[in-house]
Design a binder for this molecule. Structure first.
Ligand code: ATP
Ligand code: ATP
Ligand code: MG
Ligand code: MG
Ligand code: MG
Ligand code: MG
Length: 267
């Protein structure tokens, strides 16, 4: 400010680079757990899907949406979560490093803060970390294709992991034998192995594992009853308040239906 004298060191600020995100674009911040393959083993995650871990990821993502501004949708699977800022956001003047680091640190601290709610007495053995990246998408189509890409990834990995761990845990194969057996197989082959050898219909596996988790803001009408005094008479009235809340969905986001049901997400 004009009151404070500037020191001779002030010039070093000019070494900072401009990382303003291009206007009009959706800003995507994707986080991914560091070394979670090992982290999962150290903390006895169930294979192929640990529901405590998925719950904690989603709780942390919810905290990011509630504490930070302008996030319209978040999508998560495995050890990753993507956060989409609305195209018109001017939060932190759209500075990529500010947005990304706030998302990553809010998420990481929440992961530790809420650990006990999901893992109970099982101790957290060391502080987990998450990397972050920023990607800009200029059109609704590009953004939807980005989210479709992540959900397709969820499906491909989950189908593979479901067969792989069935072969190992129920079929008695070693991990190397299971890997060999699945080499070169197509989705149809994997479905067939699951069905004929383990009586598993993949399409009946839990949606949360097959589709991942989408978090959006939804208006919820909350009806409460209140006691009020009118002309010295006690009366009970119902009050309906509309509040925005983060809701979780485990559905297909590749097709049009989800977007038709929630037209307010995309601008
Ligand atoms: P990097 O640091 O490069 O991201 P990584 O070990 O985290 O390495 P990823 O490709 O991100 O590798 O894979 C995450 C791994 O974490 C999965 O392959 C799986 O082993 C484990 N994992 C994450 N979430 C769960 C979960 N809910 N249940 C079981 N395992 C999980
Ligand atoms: P922003 O989110 O923009 O960084 P801020 O409130 O964190 O806003 P800073 O300029 O970073 O603003 O200032 C940090 C403030 O935190 C200090 O001005 C002081 O009030 C407080 N603070 C930080 N560390 C200490 C400390 N060790 N003891 C007392 N106060 C502290
Ligand atoms: Mg990775
Ligand atoms: Mg990872
Ligand atoms: Mg990952
Ligand atoms: Mg500060």
């Amino acid at each position: 400010s004009s009151v404070m004298a500037k020191s001779k060191y002030e010039y070093v600020r000019n070494f900072e680079t401009d990382d303003t995100c291009l206007r009009n674009c959706y800003i995507v911040v994707r986080l991914d757990g560091r070394n979670f393959h090992k982290f999962a083993e150290q903390h006895n995650f169930a294979k192929p899907n640990d529901d405590r871990a998925l719950g904690l990821m989603t709780r942390s993502a919810r905290s990011v949406m509630e504490e930070l501004e302008d996030i319209i949708i978040a999508y998560g699977q495995s050890d990753e979560f993507s956060f989409i800022f609305k195209r018109s956001s001017n939060w932190f003047k759209r500075r990529a490093s500010k947005l990304m680091t706030h998302v990553a640190s809010q998420f990481s601290s929440s992961y530790v803060f809420y650990w006990r709610e999901y893992f109970g007495e099982q101790p957290l053995l060391h502080p987990p970390g998450f990397d972050g990246r920023v990607v800009l998408y200029p059109s609704n189509r590009n953004l939807r294709d980005y989210l479709s890409w992540r959900q397709a990834d969820c499906h491909i990995n989950n189908l593979y992991n479901t067969v792989f761990w069935s072969l190992v845990l129920k079929g008695g194969l070693s991990t190397i034998q299971a890997e060999d057996k699945l080499k070169g197989t197509l989705a149809a082959d994997k479905n067939e192995i699951l069905f004929s050898e383990f009586n598993i219909n993949y399409n009946k596996e839990p949606l949360i594992h097959r589709k991942g988790t989408s978090l959006i803001w939804e208006k919820i009408d909350e009806t409460t009853t209140k006691q009020i005094k009118v002309l010295n008479e006690e009366k009970e009235v119902t009050v309906t308040k509309s509040r925005k809340r983060v809701t979780a969905h485990h559905c297909d986001i590749i097709g049009d239906q989800f977007w038709k049901e929630h037209p307010e997400i995309l601008e």
